[in-house]
Design a protein. Structure first.
Length: 177
């Protein structure tokens, strides 16, 4: 309550200067809400598969369940570079393949949290900045990279739901709202 009163007094005292001083990152708020739901649902999907089936793959050409999850987080790491210009460290210490279920869940948590932290540090005015993207003739912004990360996650999480069904496991109820 004290904080609210202090802000109101400051609002009155500063007049029109209030908004720029206390502006929040609207993209981080909007993206973050959806990202936290995506994280929760992805973790539920990952937790639903028993440990003994983490190396299951439906065809010899397919990735294992664990490799699909690793691919998702590796994609977080690859794409975030176009925004930050820095190598991601959240995969450091994790084997590329053959992780246990608990190691995979830990990797997922670290990856989701790292992306959220980056988005929270992004200023709204930066979200529209163009980035040099690897795909020819594709214009991409910082905001677009994070939306691409989320879209790629959704694609692979859908595949993981199929893996669960192929093993006779009922997928967790969708968490989208």
């Amino acid at each position: 309550m004290k904080n609210l009163i202090a802000r109101l007094i400051l609002l009155v005292a500063l007049g029109g200067f209030y908004h720029p001083l206390f502006a929040q990152n609207d993209f981080a708020i909007e993206f973050g809400t959806v990202w936290q739901r995506a994280k929760a649902y992805t973790l539920k999907v990952a937790e639903a598969m028993p440990e003994e089936h983490y190396q299951y793959k439906p065809t010899k050409e397919a990735k294992t369940f664990e490799e699909e999850l690793t691919h998702v987080v590796a994609n977080f790491a690859s794409l975030q570079y176009y925004v930050t210009g820095k190598k991601a460290t959240f995969l450091d210490g994790f084997k590329r393949t053959g992780k246990s279920k608990s190691e995979t869940l830990s990797m997922l948590n670290k990856g989701f949290d790292a992306i959220m932290k980056q988005v929270e540090g992004l200023k709204d005015k930066e979200t529209g900045h163009s980035v040099k993207f690897f795909a020819p003739n594709v214009a991409m912004t910082k905001k677009g990279i994070y939306l691409l990360i989320r879209d790629h996650l959704t694609h692979h999480r859908g595949q993981l739901v199929v893996y669960l069904r192929l093993k006779g496991i009922k997928p967790p109820r969708y968490v989208g709202w």
